[in-house]
Design a binder for this molecule. Sequence first.
Ligand code: RUB
Length: 328
Amino acid sequence: MKSQVQLKKIASNIENMRIRGAGKIARYAVLALQTVAEESKAKEEEAFIQDLRAASKRLLSTRPTAVSLANSIRYLMHRVNKARQEGASLEELRSVAVTSAKDFIRESGQAVERIGEIGSRRIQSGDVLMTHCQSNAAAAVMRRAWKDGKKFSVFVTETRPRFQGRKTAALLANDGIPVTIIVDGAARYFMNEVDKVIVGADAITANGALVNKIGTATIASLAHEARTQFIVASETYKFSPETAIGNLVTIEERNAAEVVPNSFLKSYPKISVRNPAFDVTPPEYIDLIVTERGIIPPQGAIMIIHELFGTIQPSELSEYQTYNATKE
Ligand code: RUB
C-alpha cells in the first residue's frame, strides 16, 4: 500500500535525520497521516481512526524530544475525533483528516514567515549575531532582516556531532549575509563581540525553558555572563502542554557512532560515549521568545499553553486535547 510505504519512509527519514528540525518533522508527520487517510482501506469509521492511530504511534516513536511532532498529530487527530463524535461518515472523516493535514502544513509555513517578520524587528544594522544548529525559524528572522536592508554578520557554531551549522552557514551565505563558522567550543572566545544570540526551539516548556540542540544551554549561559541578548524563535506548536502538569520533555540520546567512529569504540571497548541530542536552557537565560503570535518573555509560555490547550488534565493529554485557539 502506497500510504504504508510513505509512512515507513517518512518515519525512518525522521529517525535517520534526513528530515530534521522540529518544524519540518511536524509538517512531514501530518503529511504521512494525510497519505494514510487518503489510502486507508478501512470499511468503517472506527477502523479508519485505528489506522490513523497506528500511524501516529509509529511517527511518535521517531524523535521523542520534538514536541512539534506530538502537537501536529494532536492537531489532526483532535479534529478527526471531534468529527467522529459529531457523527461524521467514513468519507467525511477522511476529508477532515486530509484538510487538517493541509491546514497544519499551511499554518506552520505561515507561522515561520510571521516569526521572521516579527523577529527581524529586533535586529539592527551593525549587529553581530551568533546562532547554533539549524533552525528555519531562527533563519527566517535573520533572512528577513537582511532582506529588509539591515546589515549584520553571524557567527555560526558548527554544531557537533552532526554539523547542522554548516547548513545554516550555507543558507545565510546564499542570501549574501556575512557568516563565520566557529567550533562549538569557541563560543566564549567570541561572545564579547556578539550583540544577540538567536536560536530555534525543539520544545518550550510551561516555565519558559528552552529545549534545543545540545550546546544551546552552554551558549545561553555564556550570553548571560556577557550580558548578550538571547533570543529564541519558536512556533507555538513547539510549546509543550505536558510540562504544564509536571511532565518533563524526554531528551533523545543518539548513537555513539555519531560522536566517534565504530573502529575507535572497538579499539577501546572500555570507553563509553554519551550523545544527548538536546539540552535544556533555563528561562533565566532567555530574554525573549519570538512566536507567530508576538514576542513573549519566557514567563509568558504558560499563557500560550493555556490559550492553545485550555486547562490541562493528565487524562486529556491524548489526541483528544483541544487546540482552543486554532480557529475551530
Ligand atoms: C534541530 C534543532 C533546531 C530546532 C528548531 O535539531 O535543534 O534548532 O529543531 O528548528 P536536529 P526549526 O538537527 O537534531 O533535528 O526552527 O527548523 O523547527
